[in-house]
Write a protein that binds this ligand. Sequence first.
Ligand code: SF4
Length: 783
Amino acid sequence: MKKTKHTGPIKISKKPQPNLWASKIPFGLGKIKPHHIRDTMKVAWENKDNLPYAGRILTQGVCDGCALGVQGLKDQTLTGPHLCTTRLNVLRLNTMPAIKEDILHADIDDLRNMSSTELRKLGRIPYPLIRKPGERKFRRLSWDEALDTIATKMKAIDPKNYAFYLTSRGITNESYYTAGKVARFLGTNNIDNASRICHSPSKTALNRSVGIGASSCNYKDWIGTDVLVFWGSVAANNQPVSTKYMYAAKRKGTKIIIINPYHEPAMDNYWIPSIAESALFGTKIADDVYQVNIGGDIAFMHGIMKQWFEMEETEYGSAIDHTFVNEHVNGLEALKESVTAYDWEQLEKSSGLSKERMHELAVLLAKSKSAVFVWSMGLTQHRFGTDNISQVANLALLRGFLGREHCGLMPIRGHSGVQGSGEMGSDPFVLPGGEMNKENRKRVEDIWGFDIPEWQGDIVGVSLENAVLPEDHERKLQLYYMSGGNFLETMPNPEFVQECLENVDIRVHQDIIFNTSTFVDAKEAVIVLPAMTRYEQPGGGTSTSTERMVYFSPEIKGPRIEEARSEWEIYVDLAKRVKPEEQHLIHFDDAYAIRDEIALAAPNYDGIQHLKEKGDLFQWGGAWLCEGGVCPTPDGNGNLISVELPELRKPEGHFYVTTRRGKQFNSMIYGEKDPFNDADRYDVLMNSEDCAKHNIQESDAIVVYNKFGTFNGRAKFVPIKSGNIEVHWPEGNPLIPESVYEEHAGIPEYNTAVIVEKAETYYAQKDMKYVEKRVEELEVEIS
Ligand code: SF4
């Protein structure tokens, strides 16, 4: 397959373009918008005890915020500085000192009274800790005692009874690779990572549709494409510097289309601090916004394709790129048959959009020579997430928007480690270099020198639920080893999650900080292990961005936490204690040796072995995957996949709810108010017409409930699609049912039907049940 190389960053003109301005009033005075300068000053103040080190992290390290990707202050898309408040906000995690002794060993109930935000600010975990049932405080342990306790338990139980989980913030490819290898060395395939709850359907769908598991294109392809579509993605909030690329795209005449239930203000107008004209007058980002029902995306995409097929009836070639389809695509007739079988009424009802609106986007795309589709959790976190993404791939394949400049499919990632985690094999379905099939297993076994278990490992949610299985069950979870993460605040139904966490014999939290899940009891022991940040690891580490750039982040000179160790080193040390007789098979001299082995085990990553200095990077796969339309599928063709309209399961009069992010980085909350819309964390975003029907005024106390849980908040009127509401994540998680997983990729469903009522009393932030539930309505089957 041809592999064109990425050509590096481009320069954008500084000449003002007033037609792109959001406002003629300088600095958007009087508008609700983020205050970047004030936020930057606040971060400088927070880091005042370690400013030189903070400066070195920013100028030498690879960002541990989102996966847009930046090394130092430079990226591969545009010349000029790349920095955002998300990166600044997480900076303190790297520069803060250790937690004070008296707090570290405080009564467990005192620690339990703190929120994750308060806990994050306490400082770093300095040394290993243990707490057993009945003990009120954590006790200090030596590393030997801690790892021997875990190893003794692992030796005593079957490998099916333990599991590993790795989060995505800051973890390097080297640690993911080592964890994946150690898990298999110990005999378990129960290893999963944070991408399971964000982009696993993207990988599964792209694989079945076009044979790839990552973005097919680059951010540079946004700049000058005819149409840039953001589908269920608020990139301006979650990947802030992406707005700079959007600005550059607008200058080249690109039309930006937003598809979301809520007309997100962040995707409408943005004041980009690093671009003088935009910092002053803002930039109008969205050219058009399609407000689709939560879960109505498949119907919307059916509508676009149905329109295309109708256009083809009138004029052959007016919508479909037949040359591309004939040469590179399978399944046209079957797709046409399934799409055209739906009538417009069904598609309008499910999508919430009129036939005319669907027609508008269909025509825009049909008349465009290029388009890039970018999506995020608005599409993936559904029980039909894989079908959602395959539908996006269907659109791209029918129009030939794949494998060339200004075209492509981009699942934009929110965490710096998340792209590499699966590619390194920290995933129950994947090994380095590809799927867990017979051929790849044999290839990796030959490199590793030991057998890889053949049984199917469990995904993170199932591993967690395995904790409440009967004691004698083959898959009963007895030991859970977690590198970061807080299931209490990321998974649906926190009460059930707590029960699961409590039912494990030993829980290991390998982390840099405490979070609320660290204080949940376990049946035998909770062990806390202090990890290094990516900037502290000897030999440095790498991380992979959304656009497949593998960046080297060097070890950065600065203060160190007493006993924190490289995460990869902890895994190896543990593995050697469990199987001392085979320890030579799992040994690495240093991080360079790991990269040497990754290059062999994951052929796409050939080149990682040369990354040694600040500034070193490469892009795996070249500038475009599926270049020239040739896909890495068995026959080289992309597959059009026919999907059915999902049943939305919303009883008449109920609302559909989804969760959104405010001023936060993933589950870390940095502000009680969303700077883009002034919403409080407990505000319920509602359509004013819906509220009028329920006699609800703006700011009224309301209760949102279903048979799974209750959310007490206040009504906030916003331009959201009627019949849909949004609440913040993770606060809204009690409304979401546990154990509802997407069929193909195992992502939990994060949307459900709810009842909304005016409340007698406002109970926000209190753990109280709504006592006025209309019981008969709760009996309606909605999941
Ligand atoms: S946009 Fe993402 S990669 Fe860039 S600085 Fe911000 S958090 Fe880091």
